[in-house]
Design a protein around this ligand. Structure first.
Ligand SMILES: [Cu+2]
Length: 349
């Protein structure tokens, strides 16, 4: 897909050294140009995604009316139906006081936007992998079976696990070869919003889907601020381009709240670029970074989420409407054919 097509190579050559997005007026209409790399990484960046021609460097000759029609059509298509939902809570069983989870690493086709079915590496066939929810201090066992054609491993990102459970091949364990299993055991902590992901051939394996949310609830729930609804946004920027929870706009999921509700949003970045998430019309109260409570929560409307980081915010739904909610690196979200990638909405009813 995308990044391997010759079209992309010529784009990179054409635009090498160009910075930012350019929309140039041309005789007889408007020619839209978009350039990846608004975050400074440049147009020849090798691992960068390009889900379709909306964000590459090829000039798209479009009349103004055509641009408006395309922008309207993609918004009207939202939320578009695609096969597969990621981040589904993972069931567990109790064995002698231990919460036991099972994960199978599988190669599947994953539909990122309608009709865009791509080769993915997954946990239990979904992107992101299933949400693992545990409680601080209550032991867990995760049995990982590898049914892929590549070796793999699982790293518990943000957890203070015993060294042998850290999931880094040749540093703490041998790789889990195809057909093999590995059993991870640890006692969760610190609490907060954490992640799990492959630590083997990770550019490809994490890029193509081997990531998930590891949510550690505090033993003492009063330590975290109160909330009514709990949403997780995991960002990635390889498989099918710029995604929230494994989907690109218009297939991203809208989130909603009733007036006055306190909405918790857990931002997690499993991608290779920073993604500053901007919420229209409302305010974040950011209270934790990487699970750790901030000494003083702060307010803002744009929170930069660097690769590997997690940020937790409360949004008080005090302004009714359908509010755009998106990464503010514009080449990750909007081009001449309208919005794509890391865009969703927060509906306040
Ligand atoms: Cu972004």
């Amino acid at each position: 897909m995308g990044m391997h097509e010759p079209r992309q190579v010529s784009r990179r050559g054409l635009l090498k050294g160009t910075v930012g997005a350019v929309v140039a007026a041309a005789a007889g209409g408007v020619v839209g140009y978009t350039v990846r790399g608004a975050d400074g990484r440049g147009a020849d960046e090798a691992t960068s995604p390009t889900p379709d021609d909306q964000q590459g460097g090829t000039p798209i000759p479009m009349s103004n009316d055509d641009m408006d029609r395309a922008a309207e059509a993609v918004v009207k298509a939202f939320p578009a139906k695609t096969e597969g939902t990621g981040g589904v809570p993972l069931e567990y069983r109790m064995e002698s006081g231990v919460r036991v989870f099972e994960i199978v690493c599988q190669d599947v086709k994953w539909e990122v936007t309608p009709g865009q079915k791509l080769e993915a590496h997954t946990y239990n066939g979904m992107v992101p992998g299933p949400e693992i929810r545990v409680v601080e201090g209550e032991p867990v066992r995760v049995i990982v079976k590898n049914e892929m054609s590549q070796s793999t491993s699982v790293h518990w990102h943000g957890q203070r696990v015993p060294n042998a459970m850290d999931g880094v091949p040749f540093i703490t364990q041998p790789p889990i070869k195809p057909g093999e299993s590995f059993v991870y055991e640890f006692t969760p902590g610190p609490f907060g919003s954490h992640m799990y992901h492959s630590h083997h051939n990770a550019t490809e394996q994490v890029g193509r889907g081997m990531l998930g949310a590891l949510i550690v609830e505090p033993k003492d729930k009063s330590l975290e601020p109160a909330f009514d609804i709990d949403y997780t946004f995991i960002m990635n920027d390889m498989l099918g381009g710029f995604t929230i929870n494994g989907k690109g706009f218009p297939a991203t999921a809208p989130i909603s709240a009733k007036a006055g509700q306190r909405v918790r949003i857990r931002f997690m970045n499993e991608g290779q670029m920073s993604h500053p998430f901007h919420l229209h019309g409302l305010t974040y109260e950011v209270f934790a970074r990487d699970g750790y409570l901030l000494p003083q929560p702060f307010r803002c409307d744009t929170i930069n989420v660097a690769p590997g980081e997690r940020w937790d915010a409360i949004v008080v739904a005090d302004n009714p409407g359908v509010w755009a909610f998106h990464c503010h690196i514009l080449s990750h979200v909007e081009g001449p054919k309208g919005m794509f990638g890391m865009v969703t909405v927060l509906i306040v009813e």
